[in-house]
Structures are given as structure tokens and as C-alpha cells.
Write a new protein. Sequence first.
Length: 61
Amino acid sequence: ALRAAFGSDLELVIIDRLSAGDEVVSATRVRAAIQDKNVDELKLLVPATTYHYLEEKHFIG
């Protein structure tokens, strides 16, 4: 659908979804880790910069 919408104006690059262990990282899984204060899982699911941002904004820790 995107390729048809943009034609040759954009180069469409499809990348695999990020995985942690055998499971795909999803926003639902990240939100659950934040809600449960599961810091160890959260560190596996998000990049360090995102983790530090969440920490600074007191979403975790």
C-alpha cells in the first residue's frame, strides 16, 4: 500500500521487527513491563536511550 501511495518518491525498506528472546517486541509488551515495574525485561525490550528517558521521566525506577 505504501509503495503504491508514494511510487518512486520514496525508497521503501522493510525491516524485521525487533525480537527479545523468541518473542517479538510489541508496544503492549513494553507498556506491561513499565506498568509492572519490570526493569529487567524493559532493558531487554527498548534501546538504552529509551530506557534512560523513561527513567528520567520517572516512568520506572
